[in-house]
Design a protein around this ligand. Structure first.
Ligand code: 13P
Ligand code: SF4
Length: 309
């Protein structure tokens, strides 16, 4: 299967992008594995005409928005992020009416039609920096209320969560008492957590960041011999591969995103063989999303990757 995928990939001139939560064997056939921000940038930078995106719906959609000259294939369109489905266009429009002067900052984990309503589109890697850089002291933020809370903690601003209870069903599974038990069993371990975790869990962590920020943190931390991992367990494949001398303990063995796991090698193969399933975003929506992403890069003092060439 792997040989066939690599053969078809060469034949079609395709590039495979995969998220850090993908199944180990899928990560291993990918040309690039990363977090949402890195994958968005990679999607813009790859010269390939064909991108096979191994991740959930909003990520494949984001790649199609960013690189409109490539065909983006999603091996299983049923791999959908439940958090992204928790926010609607009406939620944003209602919030704008209530807080007319507050900028709308939308987490990348949302559908393109929702991002098209945003002033800024952020990922967990840059949400704090973006909100910090905005002039306004009040921002509307959706759909993850835990990330909204984290951004408020870090910036001291008022962050209005829209909808009020948007969340990741995987990251709310961690239990503070279980994390405390693990910390007492592994006394020298560092606990790392994703900002989608509730505040009680984040407060126990020695490091909070996006998936790739966690990977960089662990790599750069010589004293981190044991790491308790507070995010989806798919990340442990890469952590272990890149740090063979360190031990990784999942904070919860049930922290599994079943949607991420829908992408299998067989589906990647079929995607390349049959050219399925093509991700299409209406041009008008894509243009509006792109503008919101450009605003994000500019507020951070960077050039959007598609304007860099
Ligand atoms: P990252 O951008 O940190 O990889 O997170 C994406 C995600 O879906 C987390 O659940
Ligand atoms: Fe969505 Fe959570 Fe899965 Fe990330 S881990 S894709 S936020 S359901």
């Amino acid at each position: 299967m792997v040989d066939e995928i690599l053969r078809l990939k060469r034949e079609r001139g395709a590039v495979i992008l995969a998220h850090n939560y993908q199944l180990p064997e899928v990560q291993d056939v990918a040309d690039f594995v990363g977090d949402s921000l890195e994958l968005s940038i990679k999607a813009a930078e790859v010269g390939a005409k064909l991108i096979v995106f191994c991740g959930v719906d909003f990520m494949a959609e984001q790649a199609a928005v960013i690189n409109d000259s490539a065909t983006v294939l999603h091996p299983d369109p049923d791999a959908r992020c439940p958090m992204a489905a928790m926010i609607s266009v009406d939620d944003i429009r209602r919030a704008r009416k209530l807080f007319p002067r507050a900028p709308v900052v939308i987490y990348v984990n949302s559908p393109a039609v929702v991002k098209a309503e945003a002033d800024y589109v952020v990922t967990s890697a840059n949400a704090v920096d973006v909100v910090k850089a905005l002039e306004s002291d009040v921002v509307i933020f959706g759909p993850d209320r835990h990330l909204a809370e984290y951004v408020a903690e870090k910036t001291g601003k008022i962050v209005v969560p829209v909808p009020p209870n948007g969340h990741c069903p995987v990251h709310i599974r961690f239990r503070a008492d279980e994390v405390r038990i693990l910390k007492s069993l592994y006394r020298d371990a560092v606990f790392i957590a994703h900002p989608e975790c509730p505040a009680e869990i984040r407060s126990l962590a020695g490091f909070v960041g996006s998936t790739s920020q966690m990977i960089r943190f662990v790599k750069g931390c010589d004293s981190c011999r044991q790491v308790i991992v507070g995010t989806e367990i798919g990340i442990i494949h890469r952590l272990a591969k890149e740090n063979p001398d360190k031990v990784f303990i999942p904070a919860s063995t049930s922290a599994i995103c079943t949607d991420m796991k829908r992408i299998t090698l067989e589906k990647v193969y079929r995607s390349l063989r049959d050219g399925v399933y093509r991700v299409e975003v209406p041009r008008e929506i894509a243009e509006r999303v792109k503008r919101a992403i450009e605003n994000t890069f500019r507020v951070l003092g960077r050039e959007p990757p598609w304007l860099r060439r």
